[in-house]
Design a binder for this molecule. Structure first.
Ligand SMILES: Cc1cc2nc3c(=O)[nH]c(=O)nc-3n(C[C@H](O)[C@H](O)[C@H](O)COP(=O)(O)OP(=O)(O)OC[C@H]3O[C@@H](n4cnc5c(N)ncnc54)[C@H](O)[C@@H]3O)c2cc1C
Ligand code: FES
Ligand code: FES
Length: 1371
C-alpha cells in the first residue's frame, strides 16, 4: 500500500498530513497505488494492468498514441477539469487523486461504442489503428472540456499532438467534424447560391463536408454513401460544467470531489524518491533537505532527461499542486504568473485578459498567445508549466526570448524564504544554466503591461508548423515616441533562441536602436548590427547555420514592417510600406480542411466494390484490437535489449560483459559465439551477421542481446556492456562511395533503348544539359515499433513467435537458420501491424531472430520491443539516391536522349537494395517517351544501417530524378513544365526502355480530367497575379503524372496461397499469406470471399496470418497483395463452390448455412487451398528486356502551395489527385490509401529530413542518426493536410489484368505528392525572379523551410551565401 509519509522524515516534514493511501480512479474503478512505483509512467502502469488500448508509440510525448484523459477537481475554479495528456510522460504518482479515463473507459464492442469512436470507425478514420485510441481520447477530452461545441479549427488544433502515418488525416477530420459547431445558416435558409461553388453542405452538421453522397455508375443503381447524415444528431452538453455528454459517460468519482489531497512521499526503483508537497513552505523544506532534488511539474523535460538522456535524478519533488506556485493574478503593473502554471491555463487567462484590458497594454500578451499556440501539442500544453520551460533554459525555448523582450521579471525564493527578483534578460547564464542556486526555486513571473506605442512581437520557425520545437525563435520589443513628426526609439529589446547555447539578447542591436528614428536607415543599420550580435560557427550544433543567420535578419525585417504598420494604423505616416511588402507580416491562416472524394461504385456480388469499413475498425477505435506488444507476457517470460555498435566502422577488440551480469534482473547474455545455427543472415544474400563477430560496419549494428526480468533492466544491462573498438575509416555518403568505389558486389545494372552515345554525337539534339539530383531518404515511422515474442515448445523442439512483420515467412526462415531448426518446426504468426510501409519486411526479421537465440537457449519466452530511437536508428530507411543525367532535347522541348547514372545508398548490407535500385531504373522514365535512353545503376556500400523497402521501393526516387530533368528542360526553354510533360507523354503501345509495351494506358485521360478539374490555366493565372502583388509570400502550382508498375520485379515472388474454410453455420474463415497492416487487405479479401459465396461480408472472418496455414508466402509488399491474395482466395472459393455444386444444384437452400451443412452431411470437403501465380510476367536482366510488370497504375496530381520567402514556411492550399484504379474493390479503402500515400509522400517531398553524422553534418558523431524520434524527425501532422484535398478515381475503366477488374493502390499515389515539391519550386522561382534570377536552380527533397528560405535569394541571404547555395543533405 502507498505510504504517504516516510516515518524517518517525520521530523522535518512533520506537519504534512496524509490520508492514508494513494489512490487513482481508472475508468471509474478505484485503485490503490502501491509504494515503490515512482519510476513508472502512467502508461507503463496502465499497460501493466492490461489496459493496452493506450499505446506506446514513442515514449517522448511526440506522437499522441498514449493519450488519455485526466479529470480532477480544481480547487481554485471549483469545478472538474478534463485534460488530454500523454500517459508516456506522466509519472504514475502525478495522477494521484485524479480520474484517468482511457479508451477502454468510453465504449467497447460489447456495451456499445461512444459516438466519437463510432464516428471515427464509420468514417474510415482508422487504418492500422495504432494511433486511433489516441485520436479518440484527444477528441473525447476536447468534448468533455468544452462548454459549447468546438469549432472545426479548434478540433484540428486539438489534434496537432496526435500523429497518424496511415490515413492522411482527412477521414479523421471528417469523422470529428460532426461534433463541431453547426452553421445554422443552412437551416435558416441561406441562399444556396451564396455558397462557394462545388461546396457540399452536410445535412447533419450544417457545414461544408465531404460526406456528399457518392453515386453509382448507372442511374438505377444510384446510392448515397454520405456518412454524417446517417449517424448522429447533435450532442448535448451539460450546462453545469459542459462535461456531461451522453448517458453512458463515466462520472467524476464522488470520492475525489470530497477527498482532500495529501502530501505524498513515495519511492521507486533504484532508490528514487517522489514527494508531493502541498504548500510552498513544504517545498522549501524539501529543497533544503535535498538541494539536488529536481522539481517536477509537467515532467515533459525531466521525463525526457531521465528516460532518453539517462540523467540519474534521485529525488523528485512534484510541485504541480502547490497553490502558491499556481497563482495567476492581474496586478496593477502586469500579470503575476506562478511558476507551476500550465501553459494551457496561461493561454486561457491571457486570452481573457486581452479582452478586458486596454489595447496598448496587451501587446506582449498577444505575442505570448500566438507563441503558445505553436508550442508543442495540446497534451503537452495541458501539463507543461511556465516555470519548467524557464528553468530548463533550453536554447530553443519558445517563451524565454519573449520574457526577455517583454521585460518580464522573475521572482526566486530560497529555502529560508528570502525572495529576490531579476530581469528575465539576466536569468539565463549558459547552456541550460540559470541564475538559481541549489536552495532556490522560481516562484513567479511578472509580465508588465505594455505602454502606448510599445510593441512586442513573437517569431518562430520550425521544421513543421505544428507541434515542433523551433529552429530559431525570437521576441522583439520596441517603445516609440513621437518627436517632430518622427518616431524615435525610446527603448528596445531583441532576443533570440536557437542561435546560441542560450536565449540571447542582441545587445549591440538594442544599443544601436535606442534613440534612433524609426525609418529605413534604422532597418539597414540594425541588420548590420544583428550580423555582429549573432555569431554562429560553421559547425555549430544543430547545423543549418546559414539558414539560422538568415532567419535572424528575416525576423527583424518582419518586425520592422509590423511595427511600421502598427504606427501607420495609429498615427500619421512617416514611411509608407508598399502594399506588396505587407505579405511579410500577414498572419498565416489555415482554414479547416475540406476533403472531397469522387468515385463510382461498381458492385460485384454481395460485397466486392462496396465502400465497406475496415473490418477491424470497431476494435481499433475501442482499443480492443491487439498488437504484438499488447499480448500478455507468458509466465516465466523475459524481456530483451540489444547491444549495439557505437562506431560506424571498427574492429571489435574486446567485449566486457561483467557489468551486465551483475545488473538487476539479469538472466542471460548472448553473442555471435552462442548462435546455435548459422550466424549469417540476409533476405537475398546472406551478407549480414546476426551478431557482429569481429567487425562492425555501422552504428547500431547488433553485437549481442541481453535478457532480464523487465525491459528496463534488460536495457540497463545492455548499457553496462563495454565494447572496445579499433576504429576504421567509414564511408558515409554516396559521394564517398563513388570516390572509394565502395559498391556492393555484382550490383551494377544497365537498361537501354536506342543508342544514346551515337545520338548525342549525331548533333540532332538542339540542346544538351547535364545535372545532378540528390534524393533524400525517409524514415518509415510506422506508429507501432518493431516487436516480437518468441517461445519454445517441447523444450526447444519447436519454436513459435508472434511478430509485427509484413513477412512472417522471413521470420520463420531467419529463426530456423540461426537456430539450426527445420522450417517445419518454426511458426510465425501475425495478426495485424501498426503500420509497416516496407519497414517491417526484412528489417524486422533480424530482430526476431536475435530474440530467438536466448529464447531457444534458455527455453523461456523472450520479448523484444524496440524503443522508438533504437527502431529508427537500426532498422534502415528509404534509400537516398544520387542521379546524374545528361539529356538532349529539341527547342520545342521534345526529349530525344537520356543518359542516366543512378546510385542508391544501401548501407552496410545488400538487403533489398538491388531490387530497389532496379525498380528505380524501371521507373526512371516516369511517363515519358525517350527514344534513346541508357540507365546505369549501382548500389553503394556505406557504413550506415542497411536501408530497405519503403512504399514505392525505389520507384519514387527514379521518378523524382526524371521530373527534375523535365523541370530543368522547361526552365531552359522558358516554358511551363506541364507543357514539356504533356509533349513527352508515353501512350498506348509505347515501348519502354526495358522492352515492355504499354497496354490500356489511361494517362492522357487522367491528365486531361485533372487539368479540367483543377482549372489549371485559371489556377496559374491566379497564382501569377498573387505573386505580382506579394513580395514576400509566393504561390506556386504544379501538375505531376505517375505510372507505377505492379508486380514484384523478381518473378518467383509473384505467387500467393490461401486457405478457405467453410463452417456448417455458413461462416467462412479465410487465411492467406498477406498481412493486414492497415491497408485494408483483409477487408478486400473478405469482400472477395463474400461475393464468391454470395454471402454477407459479416459471414467472412480473417483472423491472422500464419506460416503454418499458408506456407512460403511472399512479403506483403509491392502493392500487389489484393491482386494476388484476392485471386488465391477466389481460387479456393471456386474449388469449394465446385464441390458444393452437386448439392446446391439439386436443392434450393434458404441460406448458405443450410447449404454448407448439407454438404457437410454429404461428406464434402469444405476446406480448400487456393493458389495464384501472376501470369505473363518475366524480365531477363541478361537481355535487359521483358515484361517486368503485369500492368501499370496511372495517376496525376495538382498542387497549389504558398510559401513565406522570408522564413521558408510552406503550406499546401490545394491538392487534387486523379488515379486509375480500374473497378475498385473497395473505393473507401482505396481513397484512404491514396490520401495516406499522398500525405506520406508529402512528408518525403517537403518535410521529413534524416540527418546523419557525415561530412555535411560534422556536429553529429560520425555514422549516428540525429533525427531518431518524433522530437526532431517530423512527419506530417494534421496541419500539413492540404486545405482543399480532393481525390477522384477514374470512372468506367476496368482493368482486365487483375481480380474483378481492379488495380493495385498502395504505392502508386505516393509519388504524386512531388506535385507539392514542384509547386514549391514554382513559388521559389517567382521569388527569385524578383531578384533577377531567372535560371535553373537545384531544389532537393525534402523542401524543408531551410531549403525554401535559402533558395529564395534576397538581400538577407546574400549576406551569408550566394544565390547558388544548396543546403546540406545526408544522402
Ligand atoms: C513533445 C514535446 C514538445 C515540446 N515542445 C516545445 C515547444 O514547442 N517549445 C518549447 O519551448 N518547449 C517545448 N518542449 C519542452 C518542454 O515541454 C517545456 O520546456 C515545458 O514547458 C517544461 O515544463 P514542465 O512543467 O513539463 O517541466 P518539468 O519537466 O516538470 O521541469 C523542467 C525543469 O524545470 C525545473 N523546474 C520546474 N519548475 C521549477 C521551479 N519553480 N523552480 C526551479 N526549477 C523548476 C525542473 O526541476 C526541471 O529541471 C517540448 C517538450 C516535449 C516533450
Ligand atoms: S507514446 Fe506518448 S506521445 Fe508517443
Ligand atoms: S491508422 Fe493512424 S497510424 Fe495507422
Amino acid at each position: 500500500m502507498g505510504s504517504l509519509k516516510n516515518e524517518e522524515e517525520s521530523g522535518i516534514l512533520g506537519e504534512m498530513e496524509s490520508n492514508g493511501e494513494a489512490i487513482v480512479y481508472i475508468n471509474g474503478v478505484r485503485r490503490v497505488l502501491p509504494d515503490g512505483l515512482a519510476h513508472l509512467t502512467l502508461l507503463e502502469y496502465l499497460r501493466d494492468q492490461g489496459l493496452t488500448g493506450t499505446k506506446l508509440g514513442c515514449g517522448e510525448g511526440g506522437c499522441g498514441a498514449c493519450t488519455v484523459m485526466i479529470s480532477y477537481f480544481n480547487q481554485q475554479l471549483k469545478k472538474c477539469v478534463h485534460h488530454a495528456i500523454n500517459a508516456c510522460l506522466a509519472p504514475l504518482y502525478s495522477v494521484e487523486g485524479m480520474h484517468v479515463i482511457t479508451v477502454e473507459g468510453i465504449g467497447n464492442r460489447k456495451i456499445g461504442l461512444h459516438p466519437v469512436q463510432e464516428s471515427l470507425a464509420m468514417s474510415h478514420g482508422s487504418q492500422c489503428g495504432f494511433c486511433t485510441p489516441g485520436f479518440v481520447m484527444s477528441m473525447y477530452a476536447l468534448l468533455r472540456s468544452s462548454q459549447a461545441a468546438p469549432t472545426e479549427e479548434q478540433i484540428e488544433e486539438t489534434l496537432a499532438g496526435n500523429l497518424c502515418r496511415c490515413t492522411g488525416y482527412r477521414p479523421i477530420i471528417d469523422a470529428f467534424r460532426v461534433f463541431a459547431k453547426t452553421d445554422n445558416m443552412v437551416y435558416t435558409g441561406r441562399n444556396l447560391e451564396s455558397r462557394q461553388s462545388n461546396e457540399f453542405i452536410c445535412p447533419s452538421t450544417g457545414k461544408p463536408c465531404s460526406c456528399e453522397p457518392k453515386y453509382v455508375g448507372s442511374a438505377d443503381k444510384m446510392e448515397s454513401v454520405g456518412d454524417c447524415n446517417r449517424r448522429y444528431k447533435q450532442l448535448s452538453y451539460s450546462d453545469i460544467d459542459g462535461s456531461k455528454y451522453n448517458d453512458k459517460e463515466l462520472i467524476f468519482p464522488p470520492e475525489l470531489l470530497l477527498r482532500k489531497l495529501s502530501f505524498l512521499s513515495l519511492n521507486g526503483f533504484g532508490g528514487l524518491k517522489w514527494y508531493r508537497p502541498l504548500s510552498l513552505q513544504h517545498v522549501l523544506e524539501l529543497k533544503a533537505r535535498y538541494p539536488d532534488a529536481k522539481l517536477v511539474i509537467g515532467n515533459t523535460e525531466v521525463g525526457i532527461e531521465m528516460r532518453l538522456k539517462r540523467m540519474p535524478y534521485k529525488v523528485l519533488i512534484s510541485v504541480a499542486q502547490v497553490p502558491e506556485l499556481n497563482v495567476i493574478n492581474v496586478k496593477e503593473h502586469g500579470l503575476e504568473i506562478g511558476s507551476a502554471v500550465k501553459l494551457s491555463e496561461l493561454l486561457s487567462v491571457l486570452r481573457r485578459v486581452t479582452v478586458e484590458r486596454a489595447a496598448h497594454e496587451i501587446s506582449s500578451f498577444k505575442s505570448l498567445i500566438e507563441q503558445i499556440k505553436w508550442f508543442a501539442g495540446t497534451q503537452i500544453r495541458n501539463v507543461a508549466s511556465v516555470g519548467g520551460n524557464i528553468c530548463t533554459a533550453s536554447p530553443i525555448s519558445d517563451l524565454n526570448p519573449l520574457w526577455i523582450a517583454a521585460g518580464a521579471r522573475f521572482q526566486m525564493i530560497d529555502s529560508k524564504g528570502n525572495i529576490r527578483t531579476t530581469l528575465a534578460e539576466n536569468f539565463f547564464l549558459g547552456y541550460r544554466k540559470v541564475d538559481l542556486s541549489n536552495d532556490e526555486i522560481l516562484l513567479s513571473i511578472h509580465l508588465p503591461w505594455t505602454r502606448p506605442f510599445e510593441y512586442v512581437k513573437e517569431f518562430k520557425q520550425a521544421h513543421r508548423r505544428d507541434d515542433d520545437i523551433a529552429i530559431v525563435n525570437a521576441g522583439m520589443r520596441v517603445h516609440l515616441e513621437r518627436k517632430d513628426e518622427e518616431w524615435v526609439v525610446l527603448d528596445a529589446s531583441i532576443a533570440y533562441g536557437g542561435v546560441a547555447p542560450l536565449s540571447i539578447s542582441a545587445s549591440k542591436t538594442k544599443a544601436f536602436l535606442t534613440g534612433k528614428t524609426w525609418c529605413k536607415e534604422l532597418l539597414s543599420g540594425a541588420l548590420k548590427m544583428l550580423e555582429e550580435d549573432i555569431l554562429l560557427k560553421e559547425d555549430a550544433p544543430g547545423g543549418m547555420v546559414e539558414f539560422r543567420k538568415s532567419l535572424t535578419l528575416s525576423f527583424f525585417f518582419k518586425f520592422f514592417l509590423w511595427v511600421s504598420q502598427q504606427i501607420d494604423l495609429k498615427a500619421s505616416l512617416t514611411e509608407t510600406i508598399p502594399s506588396s511588402h505587407l505579405s511579410a507580416i500577414e498572419p498565416s491562416h489555415k482554414p479547416a480542411v475540406m476533403g472531397k472524394q469522387d468515385y463510382e461504385i461498381v458492385k460485384h456480388g454481395t460485397a466486392v466494390g462496396s465502400p465497406e469499413v475496415h473490418l477491424s475498425a470497431t476494435l481499433q477505435v475501442t482499443g480492443e484490437a491487439e498488437y504484438a506488444d499488447d499480448i500478455p507476457m507468458p509466465p516465466n517470460a523475459l524481456h530483451s535489449a540489444l547491444i549495439l555498435s557505437k562506431k560506424p566502422h571498427a574492429r571489435i577488440v574486446s567485449i566486457d560483459d561483467s557489468g551486465a551480469k551483475v545488473s538487476p534482473g539479469f538472466a542471460g547474455i548472448f553473442f555471435a559465439k552462442d548462435v546455435p545455427g548459422d550466424n549469417r543472415i540476409g533476405p537475398v544474400f546472406a551478407d549480414e551477421e546476426l551478431f557482429a563477430s569481429e567487425l562492425v560496419t555501422c552504428v547500431g549494428q547488433v553485437i549481442g542481446i541481453v535478457v532480464a526480468d523487465t525491459h528496463e533492466n534488460a536495457k540497463l544491462a545492455a548499457r553496462r556492456v563495454h565494447v572496445e573498438y579499433e576504429e576504421l575509416a567509414p564511408v558515409l555518403s554516396i559521394e564517398d562511395a563513388i570516390k572509394f568505389k565502395s559498391f556492393h558486389p555484382g550490383s551494377e545494372k544497365q537498361l537501354k533503348k536506342g543508342d544514346v552515345e551515337f545520338f548525342f554525337q549525331s548533333g540532332q539534339c538542339d540542346r544538351i544539359i547535364e545535372g545532378e539530383v540528390q534524393v533524400g531518404g525517409q524514415e518509415h515511422f510506422y506508429l507501432e515499433p518493431q516487436t516480437s515474442l518468441v517461445w519454445t515448445l517441447d523444450r526447444g523442439n519447436e519454436v513459435q513467435m508472434i511478430s509485427s512483420t509484413q513477412a512472417p515467412q522471413k521470420h520463420q526462415k531467419y529463426v530456423s537458420r540461426v537456430l539450426g531448426l527445420p522450417m517445419s518446426k518454426v511458426v510465425c504468426k501475425t495478426k495485424r501491424l501498426g503500420g509497416g510501409f516496407g519497414g517491417k519486411e526484412t528489417r524486422s526479421a533480424f530482430i526476431a531472430a536475435a530474440a530467438s537465440v536466448p529464447s531457444y537457449l534458455l527455453n523461456r519466452p523472450v520479448k523484444i520491443t524496440l524503443d522508438r530511437d533504437v527502431d529508427m536508428m537500426i532498422t534502415g530507411q528509404r534509400h537516398s539516391f544520387l542521379g546524374k543525367y545528361k539529356v538532349g532535347f529539341t527547342n520545342e522541348g521534345k526529349v530525344l536522349a537520356l543518359d542516366l547514372e543512378i546510385y542508391n545508398n544501401a548501407g552496410n548490407s545488400f538487403d533489398l537494395s538491388l531490387a530497389v535500385l532496379e525498380r528505380a531504373m524501371f521507373h526512371s522514365d516516369n511517363v515519358y517517351e525517350i527514344p534513346h535512353i541508357r540507365v546505369n545503376g549501382k548500389v553503394c556500400f556505406t557504413n550506415f544501417p542497411s536501408n530497405t523497402a519503403f512504399r514505392g521501393f525505389g520507384g519514387p526516387q527514379g521518378m523524382l530524378i526524371a521530373e527534375n530533368w523535365i523541370q530543368r528542360i522547361a526552365m531552359e526553354l522558358k516554358k511551363s513544365p506541364e507543357e514539356i510533360r504533356e509533349m513527352n507523354f508515353q501512350s498506348e503501345g509505347s515501348m519502354l526502355h526495358y522492352g515492355q509495351r504499354l497496354e490500356h494506358c489511361t494517362l492522357h485521360q487522367l491528365w486531361n480530367q485533372l487539368k479540367l478539374s483543377c482549372e489549371f490555366p485559371r489556377a496559374r493565372a491566379e497564382v501569377d497575379q498573387f505573386n505580382a502583388q506579394n513580395r514576400w509570400k509566393k504561390r506556386g502550382v504544379a501538375m505531376v503524372p505517375t505510372k507505377f508498375g505492379i508486380s514484384f520485379t523478381t518473378k518467383f515472388m509473384n505467387q500467393a496461397g490461401a486457405l478457405v474454410q467453410v463452417y456448417t453455420d455458413g461462416t467462412v474463415l479465410v487465411t492467406h499469406g498477406g498481412v493486414e497492416m492497415g491497408q485494408g487487405l483483409h477487408t478486400k479479401v473478405a469482400q472477395i470471399a463474400a461475393s464468391a459465396f454470395n454471402i454477407p461480408l459479416s459471414s467472412v472472418f480473417i483472423s491472422e496470418t500464419s506460416t503454418d496455414k499458408v506456407p512460403n508466402a511472399s512479403p506483403t509488399a509491392a502493392s500487389a497483395s489484393s491482386d494476388m491474395y484476392g485471386a488465391a482466395v477466389l481460387d479456393a472459393c471456386e474449388q469449394i463452390k465446385a464441390r458444393m455444386e452437386p448439392i446446391s444444384s439439386k436443392h434450393s437452400f434458404g441460406s448458405f448455412a443450410e447449404l454448407a451443412n448439407a454438404c457437410y452431411l454429404e461428406r464434402i470437403d469444405l476446406s480448400a487451398h487456393g493458389f495464384h501465380a501472376t501470369p505473363d510476367i518475366g524480365f531477363d536482366w541478361k537481355t535487359g528486356k521483358g515484361n517486368a510488370f503485369r500492368y501499370f497504375t496511372y495517376g496525376a496530381a495538382f498542387a497549389e502551395v504558398e510559401i513565406d520567402t522570408l522564413t521558408g514556411d510552406s503550406h499546401t492550399r490545394n491538392a487534387n489527385i486523379f488515379l486509375d484504379l480500374g473497378y475498385s474493390l473497395n473505393p473507401a479503402i482505396d481513397v484512404g490509401q491514396i490520401e495516406g500515400a499522398f500525405i506520406q509522400g508529402l512528408g518525403w517531398a517537403a518535410l521529413e529530413e534524416l540527418k546523419w553524422g557525415d561530412a555535411a553534418h560534422k556536429w553529429i558523431p560520425p555514422g549516428c542518426l540525429f533525427t531518431c524520434g518524433p522530437g526532431n524527425y517530423k512527419i506530417p501532422s494534421i496541419n500539413d493536410v492540404p486545405s482543399k484535398f480532393s481525390v477522384s478515381l477514374l470512372k468506367g475503366a476496368p482493368n482486365v489484368k487483375a481480380i474483378h477488374s481492379s488495380k493495385a493502390v498502395g504505392e502508386p499515389p505516393f509519388f504524386l505528392a512531388s506535385a507539392v515539391l514542384f509547386g514549391i519550386k514554382d513559388a521559389i522561382a517567382a521569388a527569385r525572379t524578383e531578384e533577377g534570377l531567372d535560371g535553373w536552380f537545384p531544389l532537393d527533397n525534402p523542401t524543408t523551410p531551410e531549403r525554401i528560405r535559402m533558395a529564395c535569394t534576397d538581400e538577407f541571404t546574400l549576406r551569408f551565401v550566394d544565390s547558388n547555395f544548396r543546403a546540406k543533405l545526408s544522402i
